[in-house]
Ligand binder design. Structure first.
Ligand SMILES: *Cc1c(COP(=O)(O)O)cnc(C)c1O
Length: 430
């Protein structure tokens, strides 16, 4: 494939945008090379500026559960735009999407819309801190909750349970209120509660981690967290920015039968427009301004174009009773096909999958947390990524990302992908 225009556009972009991108992972730093510039997309395919065609397994990093340029979403946005793009006043549309979201997701009474997953998670912990009148939160190494200060924290050195900033600009003061735990390690979380009695406001977790590759929760882990929270007067926050409306209509809460206290959304809920949201039962949501004391706001929150896109997306998901079965079957088919060809090539690998989230690690040890996810960050992954890209299959340019399967993929697309994986597998190190 030729990437002439992409290379030229990237060089131009680098002059006026840091690293040429508006979000770091787009820059291919994890795999080497320069990013491909997108021109257009439809259904399962994306076309770059050199008119190369790819089967897309990123899908804007999750939002496009039903494929690119999904017509009901596109039409809803066009129709709305003609009537004005922003009012800064309440609209009926906001109530409609809120009603539908509340009907689809278990255990929530009210929802507040924001503009990104980052804002949703940031607001969720502020609400949890305000509601419990406590400062500390527990987050898990390898889980991503957006780029607000409280989450840009890594494990502290030695025996200290306090986190330390993992980006300059995050203060030590902020870091000391975020405690890092190991994913899937309930005993570790119990210890943290033990040594921070009456200080923990909330645990925040990706109920299926998708930002260290796909890492499922072990059986009983999520319920164990809920029980620890209940016993210690803390709130359980599910960051369902990735899993919400993807793993089931009601997200991970429904899939695993565990009730969270606050749920954060993003990605699918906006159908490809910038939307985030957070939701909870009345007693918690009524703690939010203007009803309660916890402040949170947004000039473009509940924007009519974004709400029109989100509503069209949620309606399509809600009205399609076989959607999640189809997604499960397609992704399981891809998994089985890849297992067959990777095994035939004699490669060491691990595939983790939950519903339409799947990832391949080129290491045969079990991947259960951030440390073990690191095994897959190796040369084979880089070769695999570039081999797929050159053959028209676009996966995320980092071993720490999950693949997002959409309903727009046909079995012919999946077969072609498996054939490409088989070819590339022969080029990897055994
Ligand atoms: C993408 C993501 C976020 C951040 O959402 P943005 O819209 O990129 O700010 C937060 N949490 C999880 C689990 C995510 O996958």
């Amino acid at each position: 494939m030729l990437y002439q225009r992409s290379s030229k556009l990237f060089a131009e972009a680098e002059k006026v945008i840091p690293g040429g991108v508006n979000s770091p992972v787009r820059a291919f730093k994890g795999v080497g090379g320069t990013p491909v510039f997108a021109k257009s997309a439809k259904g399962a395919y994306i076309y770059d500026e050199d008119d190369n065609k790819y089967i897309d397994y990123i899908n804007s990093w999750g939002p496009l559960l039903l494929g690119h340029a999904f017509e009901p979403v596109v039409n809803a946005v066009i129709e709305k735009a003609k009537q004005g793009t922003s009012f800064g006043m309440p609209t009926e549309l906001e109530t409609k999407i809120a009603e539908l979201a509340v009907a689809m997701v278990p255990n929530i009474d009210k929802i507040r819309f924001v503009n990104s997953g980052t804002e949703a998670c940031m607001s969720a912990i502020r609400l949890a801190r305000g509601y419990t009148n406590r400062d500390k939160i527990i987050k898990f190494a390898g889980c991503y909750h957006g780029h607000s200060d409280s989450f840009l924290i890594q494990a502290g050195s030695g025996l200290s349970t306090f986190g330390t900033p993992n980006s300059p600009g995050v203060t030590q003061g902020t870091a000391k209120d975020t405690i890092l735990a190991r994913y899937n390690d309930l005993a570790h979380v119990a210890e943290i509660f033990e040594s921070n009695k009456n200080e923990i406001a909330a645990i925040i977790i990706e109920p299926v981690a998708g930002n260290m590759g796909c890492v499922p929760p072990k059986p009983g882990f999520l319920q164990g967290l809920k029980d620890l929270c209940t016993a210690n007067g803390a709130l359980l926050i599910f960051d369902e920015v990735m899993t919400g409306f993807r793993l089931a209509k009601g997200g991970a809460q429904q899939l695993f039968g565990v009730d969270a206290d606050i749920v954060a959304f993003g990605k699918v809920i906006g159908g490809g427009l910038p939307v985030g949201a957070f939701a909870a039962r009345n007693e918690i949501m009524n703690y939010l301004a203007p009803v309660g004391p916890v402040y949170q706001a947004g000039t473009l929150a509940g924007n009519p174009l974004a709400m029109a896109a989100g509503l069209a997306m949620l309606e399509a998901i809600n009205n399609d009773k076989d959607l999640f079965t189809r997604l499960e079957e397609k992704t399981a088919y891809l998994e089985a096909g890849m297992r067959k060809v990777l095994t035939a090539a004699g490669l060491k690998y691990t595939i983790n999958r939950v519903g339409s989230m799947i990832s391949v690690f080129f290491d045969d040890r079990e991947v259960v947390d951030f440390e073990t996810a690191g095994y897959g960050n190796n040369e084979n992954f880089k070769k695999f990524f570039h081999g797929l890209l050159e053959r028209g299959v676009y996966i995320a340019p980092s071993s720490y990302e999950t693949w997002f399967i959409t309903d727009a993929l046909t079995y012919a697309d999946l077969d072609q992908t498996i054939a490409v994986v088989a070819e590339v597998a022969t080029l990897l190190d055994k």
